[in-house]
Design a binder for this molecule. Structure first.
Ligand code: AMP
Ligand code: FE
Ligand code: FE
Ligand code: ZN
Length: 281
């Protein structure tokens, strides 16, 4: 059976609610899922209830951002205790910083003549992890741009006039927090910044446990290459579609990558090792 371990809901910048997403996964016969919202566990309880009903294995997950040598690097945390006080406190702080940043983006936009308000953005963020996609959506609604990609190209991207950097955690910090919450860390979509063997080895030395080998933006060649690198370095394999619903060009890609369910047990075993290792400390 197939699995999908990288999914976004309305708790961050996805367009499906947790229940809708899990129902979709059930209709596709997926055996395991992980909801990996940016900086939030807000979707997990609702998803877990629906997953139980359909006998789907729901693995608690989260996606955290960092910078490494000037690049945006995303780390997925799996099998974390999503009530862990350290982790939940850090996520809360990240979400608060996201709100301050999004308000600054709105300010820059309106100073520059693009008519958009914080209320427009808040309507989509729904009090959870607000991000640029919500601002992009507001710009589309207001008719400032025609679509989300245009919003990123003209305003919100790295070189755009309304770009505001996001407060992020250090990579080491991320690895420690994830491990401290009994979870394991996987390098999300390495193709996005061309992470190579040397870099992945450095990250592995610092605490990385796995590499996201299957991803909607990975070619067959990427899958082969990253599987090889991970295996050489003794890292585990993860995979997911990174489905965001309608806010990303690929659309509803959940379950489309045929990711084998054999990846789950080694991941679960590693998480158990991490947890018992911590308990013994
Ligand atoms: P943020 O975390 O607020 O900086 O927003 C980053 C999120 O925006 C990513 O996780 C993607 O979901 C989305 N994103 C980034 N670039 C684009 C783009 N060009 N078009 C659509 N969505 C994008
Ligand atoms: Fe996203
Ligand atoms: Fe990501
Ligand atoms: Zn993602």
């Amino acid at each position: 059976m197939a699995v999908d371990l990288h999914l976004h809901t309305t708790a961050s910048d996805g367009t499906l609610s947790p229940s809708e997403l899990v129902a979709k996964a059930a209709s596709l016969n997926l055996s395991a899922l992980s909801i990996t919202d940016h900086d939030s566990f807000g979707g997990i309880d609702e998803a877990a209830a629906v997953a139980r009903k359909h006998d789907i294995d729901l693995i608690p997950g989260v996606e955290l951002s960092s910078y490494y040598r000037g690049q945006d690097v995303h780390i997925l945390g799996y099998f974390v205790d999503y009530h862990d006080p350290v982790l939940t406190a850090r996520l809360r702080y990240l979400r608060e910083s996201r709100e301050l940043r999004a308000r600054k983006i709105v300010e820059k936009l309106s100073d520059g003549g693009a008519e958009v308000t914080w209320a427009d953005v808040e309507k989509y963020a729904k009090g959870e992890a607000v991000g640029r996609p919500h601002v992009a959506q507001a710009l589309v609604d207001r008719g400032v741009v025609r679509n989300i990609s245009e919003a990123f190209e003209q305003y919100l991207g790295r070189n755009g006039p309304a770009y505001v950097p996001k407060y992020v955690l250090d990579l080491e910090d991320i690895f420690d927090i994830i491990h401290g919450a009994g979870g394991l860390a996987s390098l999300a979509h390495p193709c996005h910044w061309g992470a190579d063997r040397t870099v992945i080895e450095k990250l592995s030395d610092r605490g990385l446990d796995a590499v996201e080998v299957w991803h909607i933006d990975h070619s067959e060649e990427d899958i082969r290459k990253y599987t090889e690198i991970a295996q050489e370095l003794g890292l585990l394999l993860t995979g997911g579609s990174d489905c965001h619903g309608t806010r990303k060009k690929h659309g509803f890609v959940i379950g489309t990558l045929d990711i084998p369910d054999e990846i789950i047990e080694p991941l679960r075993a590693r998480a158990t090792e991490i947890r018992t290792g911590h308990a013994a400390n």
